[in-house]
Design a protein around this ligand. Structure first.
Ligand code: PGA
Length: 256
């Protein structure tokens, strides 16, 4: 992929549709101060807020993403959300396999694999979340767990020339904790992920079509240390994306 860093806001289930519109507007105002805006910026509101936010950002160089999708394009799947319809609404990205979905909705690596394929089939860029729990880390299984998650998520995936993929390394135990991992440690995990990707795809595809980003308690005061790591192509942000000022500050620091 290009060299631009990417900053993805994951608003989770924190904001009502009205709050989401207000925040999108405040972010647009703040980002207008960054000239030129080079970093790629993606907002991922909850499903109910997607179309409103899509309208707000349509003239902006900000992209839209969803927080999940189902693996079928349409049909009798009560309550599920189609990747095809997300695309129709203006989404370019979709977060898949976030640790909160793995934990609370018991999402498996196999389901994540189906969703990744469905996202790509519908011209969405999957943002595939992987990361170890605290116990897995204590047991010394971190690299194995991450490699396994990436491997299964990408099983049977064939990247066409126009396809893009993002892998988000998010150590589960630091998400929302206020305490990020050491940037050098994240860099190591990114290199492990890169090796797994090279097992699956050509080196050209890995260099040209895949970004590996970090998530987990990224804040304006620590983001710079992540972004200077050579294998870190961007960030996935929860808490610090819920406030226009701090989010814009992250984008500013990612703006090369
Ligand atoms: P956090 O969340 O920035 O609040 O730690 C990150 C995420 O869950 O993607």
């Amino acid at each position: 992929m290009d060299k631009q860093k990417i900053v993805i806001a994951n608003w989770k289930m924190n904001l009502s549709p009205a709050d989401s519109l207000n925040l999108a507007e405040a972010i647009i105002t703040k980002l207008a101060e960054i000239k030129p805006l080079q970093a790629q910026t993606v907002l991922c509101p909850d499903f109910l807020s997607l179309s409103g936010v899509a309208q707000k950002i349509k003239e902006q160089s900000i992209s839209l993403g969803a927080q999940d999708c189902f693996w079928e394009p349409s049909g009798a799947y009560t309550g599920e959300v189609s990747p095809q319809f997300l695309r129709e609404l203006g989404c370019a990205y979709v977060i898949i396999g976030h640790s909160e979905r793995r934990q609370y909705m018991a999402e498996t690596d196999e389901q994540i694999n189906l969703k990744v394929k469905a996202a790509l089939a519908n011209s969405l860029i999957p943002v595939i979340c992987v990361g170890e729990t605290f116990e897995e880390r204590q047991e010394g299984n971190k690299d194995f767990v991450i490699s396994q998650q990436v491997s299964v998520a990408l099983k049977g995936v064939k990247l066409l020339d126009q396809d893009k993929v993002i892998i988000a390394y998010e150590p589960v135990w630091v998400i929302g904790s206020g305490q990020a991992v050491a940037p050098e440690e994240a860099e190591h995990a990114h290199r492990v992920i890169r090796q797994v990707l090279i097992d699956h795809f050509s080196i050209n595809a890995v260099n040209g079509q895949i970004k590996i980003i970090y998530g987990g308690s990224v804040k304006p005061n620590n983001v710079g240390n992540f972004l200077i790591q050579p294998a870190i192509d961007g960030i996935l942000v929860g808490g610090a994306s819920l406030e226009a000022e701090s989010f814009a500050e992250l984008v500013k620091q990612a703006n090369l």
